[in-house]
Structures are given as structure tokens and as C-alpha cells.
Design a protein around this ligand. Structure first.
Ligand SMILES: Nc1ncnc2c1ncn2[C@@H]1O[C@H](COP(=O)(O)OP(=O)(O)OP(=O)(O)O)[C@@H](O)[C@H]1O
Ligand SMILES: [Mg+2]
Length: 314
């Protein structure tokens, strides 16, 4: 089976291993970002999912191209299906999350906080009586601190961001406007494909001139929640969870069997891995309307990447 568990390439300089991406910073200011097939949750690597890295890179590529008129992005080239070469930026310490619905299950999700009784959060005021997965009056930005090196994100309000000088007022205004415009484009194109873009996370960085540039990934299944538009109204009315690209069954399977933060993760059955791969492939095709190119099962992905990146070896 073709898999990319990690993309360590000894010839490339300044290696940084993210949860999902293996990164290299070249001396000329470019960053090589290789999306692996790692599935990360509970601060660890749960499994390796065939095609996941390629799907992430190609989904982000679709969206970078569809939004290039809205704001500058880091993309310089795509030398391999799993790889983007970007302009290396100083990533701003705030993740710009945009949400259009009262949804989510993590500690920083609007729904989680709302259910605990919070009505004033992220500098917003939410009315009483909203229901699970209900549409908000308009999309809102719920920024979180970017936890570098695997730390945990914390909710922030705009005044927290300015008072603790995480961003200047001008930077906050720019990233807010960019994020809402990117999200509106995402929602409009998703709607044409029968999807709802529910929420997403953007990372922005600044270049040496101080210009704010969209970095990392955009509107991928890892950074975004999508629902199926057709079934949403009836399911919402009946209080059922909206249909989505559900990748959470591996998480659920693991957390039913152990303490996922501390115990050894039991081996995940092959059919769960293959089902997850199917969800990612299907997500790519649904979101972009394009077929995912077939790939031979005996492809050595790391070898292919090495040869596609050989020109970048110092
Ligand atoms: N153009 C860019 N310049 C510099 N850094 C970037 C750029 N685009 C993305 N990054 C950073 O590269 C890393 C990508 O790796 P990955 O997405 O696996 O990391 P992560 O585990 O999500 O995040 P982190 O390691 O920051 O906690 C992230 O740290 C991201 O912020
Ligand atoms: Mg990331």
C-alpha cells in the first residue's frame, strides 16, 4: 500500500516536523511543506491514511487558486502532489477561525462553550435559545492563540489580541476582513457543490515587508467542517447531527478502547483505515468537483517526492 508516514529527507535543511506536515526552510526564504498521511488527534499520531496528504495538498491548491483574487497566499509552486513550496513567513500567533453555525465538539467550539452556558465569548454576544447546529445570524470570527510546538489553543477576544499585542490593530483589521471574504467565497463555491462550509481555520503570516499573506492550508477537510446541504434542514429540524465528511470514527474507536492521551494506541483495524481514506478521497471529489487521480498501490511516495525535490537539495 502506498503510504507516507513521514517525509524526512536528510539532504534538505532546517527540518520541522508538524503534526501532519514535514517542513524544510531553504536558505533563500522558501519553505517546502510536505503533507504526510498522518492522522493526528489527542496530541498524537493515530494512524497513517492512504492518500490523505495528497488530498490535503490538492484540496488546498483548489482553494488557493479560487481565492487568489481575495488575498495574497504563500504558494510558489507544486513540485509533487503532496508538496507545496511556499514563501516562508512569520506566522501570526493567532489562528483565525470563522464559524457560520453553532457547532463543534472541542473545548474551543462555540457549541461546547454555549452549552456550558457561555453567552459572551470571543467578544461576541450569543442569544439564549439557539439549538445545536443552528445557523448564526452571520459568520463570526472566533480567534484562538496559535499554540506553537504542539501546545493547546485558547479562545481570544479581539480586545485580548490587541491588549496582549499579539497583533496590531491594523493586522487584526486586515486578517479579519480577509478571513470573512475567504469564508464567503468558500461558502458560495461549496454551495454550488451541494455542501455547507460550516467553519474553518486560517493561518496568516507576514513577509519581510510586513505584508499579510495567507499561509498553511485552506478549506481542507482537516481545517474545515463541511456538511451536506441537502440533508441539513430535515436533520436539523429532527435534532439529528448533520451529515458530514465524517473522519471521527477512528478517534471514537480509539477513545472507546483506551485513554487516548496516555495509553498505548491499539492497532487500528485495516477496514477503519481504508474507510477513512475513502472519506478523504470522497471529500476531495465533492469539494472540488474533480476526480482524484488514480495512483498505483506500489508507488513509493517518499521516493517520488525525493526525486521531485532533488532540484532543491543544496
Ligand atoms: N508559509 C509558511 N511559512 C512559515 N510557516 C508556515 C507556512 N505555512 C505553514 N506554516 C507552518 O508550517 C507548519 C505545518 O505543519 P503542520 O500543519 O503539520 O503543523 P501543526 O502541527 O498543525 O502545527 P504546529 O506544529 O505549528 O503546532 C505549521 O507550524 C504552520 O503554521
Ligand atoms: Mg497545521
Amino acid at each position: 500500500m502506498h503510504l507516507l508516514a513521514e517525509a524526512f529527507i536528510a539532504e534538505l535543511p532546517h527540518y520541522y516536523r508538524g503534526k501532519v506536515r514535514d517542513n524544510y526552510d531553504l536558505a533563500d526564504g522558501r519553505r517546502i511543506i510536505i503533507a504526510s498521511d498522518r492522522l493526528s488527534a489527542f496530541d498524537r499520531n493515530l494512524a497513517v491514511i492512504p492518500d490523505k496528504g495528497r488530498v490535503l495538498t490538492q484540496t488546498a491548491r483548489y482553494w488557493f487558486e479560487k481565492t487568489a483574487d481575495i488575498c495574497p497566499n504563500h504558494v510558489l509552486s507544486y513540485p509533487d502532489p503532496n508538496v507545496v513550496i511556499g514563501k516562508r513567513l512569520d506566522i501570526l500567533p493567532v489562528e483565525i477561525v470563522v464559524r457560520a453555525y453553532l457547532a463543534g465538539s472541542t473545548g474551543t467550539s462555540l457549541l461546547t462553550l454555549y452549552k456550558k452556558g457561555a453567552r459572551h465569548l470571543y467578544g461576541l454576544h450569543l442569544p439564549d435559545g439557539l439549538r445545536d447546529n443552528e445557523i448564526l445570524p452571520h459568520p463570526v470570527i472566533t480567534p484562538t492563540s496559535k499554540a506553537f510546538d504542539g501546545g493547546h489553543d485558547e479562545p481570544l477576544s479581539p480586545s485580548d489580541i490587541l491588549e496582549s499585542k499579539l497583533l496590531t490593530a491594523a493586522q487584526w483589521e486586515t486578517v479579519s476582513a480577509y478571513a470573512l471574504a475567504l469564508f464567503a467565497r468558500g461558502q458560495a463555491l461549496a454551495a454550488e457543490r451541494g455542501l455547507i462550509l460550516v467553519d474553518t481555520k486560517y493561518e496568516f503570516g507576514v513577509d519581510e515587508a510586513g505584508t499579510i499573506i495567507l499561509a498553511d492550508e485552506i478549506h481542507t477537510p482537516d481545517s474545515s467542517r463541511y456538511w451536506i446541504a441537502g440533508s441539513y434542514p430535515a436533520r436539523f429540524e429532527q435534532g439529528q447531527r448533520p451529515e458530514s465528511f465524517d473522519k471521527d470514527f477512528v478517534r471514537a474507536w480509539v477513545s472507546e478502547r483506551c485513554d487516548p492521551y496516555h495509553d498505548e494506541i491499539p492497532p487500528i483495524p485495516a477496514d477503519l483505515i481504508e474507510a477513512t481514506a475513502g472519506v478523504y478521497r470522497h471529500a476531495f471529489e465533492s469539494i472540488t468537483g474533480m476526480p482524484l487521480a488514480p495512483i498505483s498501490p506500489d508507488t513509493d511516495i517518499l521516493e517520488r517526492i525525493r526525486s521531485n525535490l532533488a532540484a532543491y537539495f543544496p
